[in-house]
Design a protein. Structure first.
Ligand SMILES: Cc1cc2nc3c(=O)[nH]c(=O)nc-3n(C[C@H](O)[C@H](O)[C@H](O)COP(=O)(O)OP(=O)(O)OC[C@H]3O[C@@H](n4cnc5c(N)ncnc54)[C@H](O)[C@@H]3O)c2cc1C
Length: 397
C-alpha cells in the first residue's frame, strides 16, 4: 500500500475518497471489471471510521425490497468469502432473531412475507419455536418474533483489508494518511482530486465514500447532501458460558437495541443513539456508563442468564444518517463523473459486498447488473419519495 511518503500517481481512472469497507470493496469490484488503475485515498488507516467500530451484524430483515435484496446478496458473499473474494470475512452464522411488540406485528409480518417472496430464508416463529431454537432467550406475552437461520456477524476489519489486499494484487493503489481536500471540476465534469499534502490526481471519475466527512467534500462542489452523524455505542460483556453457552444475534426492536455473540465467551451490545449531533472530528469515543447500565438491564430482561454479566468495555462510533435512514447510491446529477456511496445510517456493513459491486457496474457499465438502485437515488429527497420503515427504531429496518 502507498503510504503518505510514497508518491501518488498524477492520473488515475478512478479516485475513491475513503478507505472504509465501501471504498475498498468498490475498488476491488472496479478491478474485477477491468479497471485497476484506481486510487483509494484514506485520511487515516483502513477501517478507521465507522467500519472499524461496527458490530458487523449481517441480517436481512428490512422494510423494503431493495435493502433486503442487497443484504441477501451480501450475506452469500460474507459466508463464502474466501472462495468469492479471497481472504477471511470472519463470518459466524448464529441465526438472527427479530423481536417486536404486538403493536409492530403487522410490520413484522409484512417484512417477513416480502423476504420470503425474494427467496430469503426467514419465517415468523412462535414462543415454542424460539424455546427450541434459542432456549436462553425470553419472549414476553406481548411480543412477536421472526427468525433468519443463515444470518450472523462478520469481522469488518478483515473484510475491508481482504478487499484492499485483492485490489492491490490487481494493481490498484491505496494511499493511507492522505486526506482529499477538494474535488476539482472542469465546468460540469470531474477532473481531479487534490490532497492536503498538496498532491493532485487527475481523474475523470471520483467516488465519495467518506462517511460523515462526505458532506463537506460534496459541499465543495455545490452538492448539499442531507447527512447527519449520530453517535452509537457498543459495549461488550463477559458471558457466563456455563449458563448461556451460546445465543443468536438479536435485533430487539421492542427494547431498541441489538446484541450478538462476540466469539465464544462474550456478548456485544449496540445501543444509545445520542440525540446530540456530534462533530465527526471530536466526539466522545467511549461509552456512557448510564447507557451501558441501561443496555445491560435490557440484555438481562431478554436473556435472563446474562443479567449479571460483567462489563468488559466498549466504544462509540458514528452512524451517517439520511432523512429516511437509507444510503445514497448514485451518480451526482449535473456533475459528470461524480458518484457517491454515503449515508449508510448505521447498517451499511452488511450491504457492502452487493453495494460495491453495483456501484462498480454503474460506473463501468452504466447500470448495475443484479439490482435496481433507483429507490436509493439522491433525488428522492427533493422528490419527497423516501423509503419507509415498518418500525420506529429505524436502524433495525
Ligand atoms: C457503532 C456502530 C455499529 C454498527 N453496527 C453495524 C452492524 O451491526 N451492521 C451493519 O451492517 N452496519 C453497522 N454499522 C454501520 C457500518 O459500520 C457502516 O455503515 C459502514 O462501515 C460504512 O462504511 P463506509 O466505508 O461508508 O464508511 P467509513 O467506515 O466511515 O469510511 C469512511 C472513511 O473515509 C475516510 N475519510 C474521510 N474523509 C476523508 C478525506 N477527506 N480523505 C480521505 N479519506 C477520508 C475516513 O477516515 C474513513 O476511514 C455500525 C456503525 C457503527 C458506528
Amino acid at each position: 500500500m502507498t503510504s503518505s511518503s510514497s508518491p501518488l500517481p498524477a492520473t488515475a481512472d478512478v479516485v475513491i475518497i475513503g478507505g472504509g469497507v465501501m471504498g475498498c470493496a468498490i475498488q476491488y469490484h472496479l478491478a474485477q471489471l477491468g479497471v485497476p488503475n484506481t486510487v483509494v485515498l484514506e485520511r487515516s488507516v483502513l477501517a478507521a471510521g465507522s467500519t472499524g467500530r461496527s458490530q458487523a451484524i449481517c441480517r436481512m430483515h428490512y422494510s423494503n425490497p431493495v435493502t433486503t435484496e442487497l443484504a441477501w446478496q451480501s450475506l452469500q458473499v460474507f459466508s463464502d468469502f474466501d472462495a468469492r473474494v479471497g481472504g477471511q470475512s470472519g463470518f459466524v452464522g448464529t441465526g438472527y432473531l427479530v423481536v417486536v411488540e404486538d403493536v409492530d406485528a403487522a410490520g413484522l409480518e409484512r417484512n417477513v412475507a416480502m423476504q420470503q417472496e425474494l427467496g430469503v430464508p426467514a419465517s415468523l416463529i412462535s414462543a415454542d419455536d424460539l424455546a427450541r431454537l434459542a432456549p436462553s432467550i425470553r419472549l414476553y406475552d406481548d411480543e412477536r418474533a421472526a427468525w433468519e437461520p443463515l444470518s450472523g456477524y462478520a469481522n469488518p476489519y478483515l473484510v475491508t483489508t481482504s478487499y484492499a489486499q485483492r485490489s492491490r494484487e490487481a494493481g490498484a493503489q491505496i494511499a493511507l494518511r492522505t486526506s482529499a481536500s477538494a474535488i476539482e471540476l472542469d465546468g460540469e465534469r470531474v477532473q481531479a482530486v487534490t490532497t492536503t499534502n498538496g498532491d493532485r490526481i487527475a481523474a475523470g471519475t471520483v467516488i465519495v465514500a467518506a462517511g460523515p466527512w462526505s458532506k463537506p467534500l460534496l459541499a465543495g462542489v455545490g452538492v448539499n447532501v442531507p447527512l447527519i452523524p449520530v453517535r452509537h455505542q457498543v459495549a461488550t460483556v463477559a458471558r457466563p458460558v456455563e449458563r448461556v453457552p451460546e445465543h443468536p444475534t438479536v435485533g430487539d426492536i421492542s427494547q431498541s437495541f441489538s446484541f450478538r455473540p462476540d466469539g465464544s465467551a462474550f456478548t456485544m451490545m449496540g445501543f444509545g443513539d445520542d440525540p446530540e449531533t456530534p462533530n465527526p472530528d471530536d466526539y466522545p469515543e467511549g461509552v456512557d456508563p448510564s447507557d451501558a447500565t441501561s443496555a445491560l438491564h435490557r440484555l438481562g430482561r431478554r436473556v435472563p442468564g446474562l443479567a449479571d454479566s460483567y462489563y468488559r468495555g466498549g466504544w462509540s462510533g458514528l452512524f451517517t444518517t439520511t432523512p429516511d435512514w437509507h444510503p445514497i447510491l448514485d451518480a451526482i446529477p449535473g456533475i459528470t463523473g461524480l458518484y457517491c456511496a454515503i449515508g449508510f445510517s448505521g447498517h451499511g456493513f452488511k450491504l457492502s459486498p452487493a453495494i460495491a459491486k453495483a456501484i462498480a457496474e454503474l460506473i463501468v457499465e452504466n447500470r448495475p447488473r443484479d439490482i435496481d438502485l433507483t429507490p436509493l437515488r439522491y433525488a428522492r429527497f427533493a422528490e419527497n419519495d423516501l423509503l419507509q420503515s415498518s418500525y420506529r427504531y429505524r436502524v433495525l429496518a
